[in-house]
Ligand binder design. Structure first.
Ligand code: 5GP
Length: 207
């Protein structure tokens, strides 16, 4: 039996505070796994040095973003650290319907909105993972080490991080971040387990 063509895709929502390593983890998994795609979000936050429009995010101004909301193009959207972020429906629905897995790296508000979504396609494909640093010291080190934020941004991100971590028990899975390799291994086992859930198969195997 060809398992891939027989099942619907997974929508894997990954959250965690800034500095948890979730984006790196999603990208690393995506690179090694051909059955998976990493959805590019829209945001109104200014582009950072080294980022590429259309690769890291679709960078929009506030009016363009609100027009996408108005047109019903977004599966969820939320204001995070003062900027708007949102997931394009087009980056998710068609892929999961065609048996492709989609990873999205979004904040806890966005995850809550998708978790509550009653659409049967969304609720059937949904699984979520929370990635968190092993300790507050580790989080501070990772956030401080990023070097792209002002002191004010750093404080805001630390405060937001604590608020995000408060939500971790709402997630199906949690990864306490260790080395990149350890995180990737845990992540892979979750996705591979989810792919084999009986309810994801579309038809009984033929004997
Ligand atoms: P950053 O600006 O550092 O790339 O991301 C800031 C936060 O926004 C992260 O927690 C990230 O997960 C979240 N984020 C990125 N894309 C989306 C999205 O499409 N929707 C929501 N709700 N959050 C997002």
């Amino acid at each position: 039996m060809n398992n891939h063509s027989q099942r619907k895709g997974i929508l894997c929502v990954v959250s965690g505070p800034s500095g948890s390593g979730k984006t790196t983890l999603c990208r690393a998994f995506n690179e090694q796994d051909p059955d998976c795609s990493y959805a590019i979000s829209c945001t109104t936050r200014p582009i950072r040095e080294g980022e590429v429009n259309g690769k890291d995010y679709h960078f929009l101004d506030e009016d363009e973003f609100l027009a996408r909301v108005e047109a019903g193009d977004l599966l969820e959207h939320a204001r995070v650290h003062g900027n708007l972020y949102g997931t394009l429906k087009s980056s998710v629905i068609e892929q999961v319907e065609n048996g492709k897995d989609v990873l999205i790296d979004i904040d806890v508000q966005g995850a809550a909105l998708i978790r509550e979504n009653q659409d049967p396609v969304i609720s059937a494909c949904y699984v979520d993972i929370f990635v968190m640093p092993a300790s507050q010291e580790e989080l501070e080190k990772r956030l401080g080490g990023r070097g792209t934020e002002s002191a004010q941004d750093f404080d805001l991100r630390m405060q937001n991080a604590r608020e995000e971590i408060d939500q971790w028990e709402k997630y199906h899975y949690a990864i306490i971040s260790g080395t990149r390799e350890e995180d990737l291994q845990k992540f892979s086992s979750i996705i591979h387990g989810e792919r084999n859930r009986a309810r994801r198969l579309q038809a009984s195997p033929q004997y």
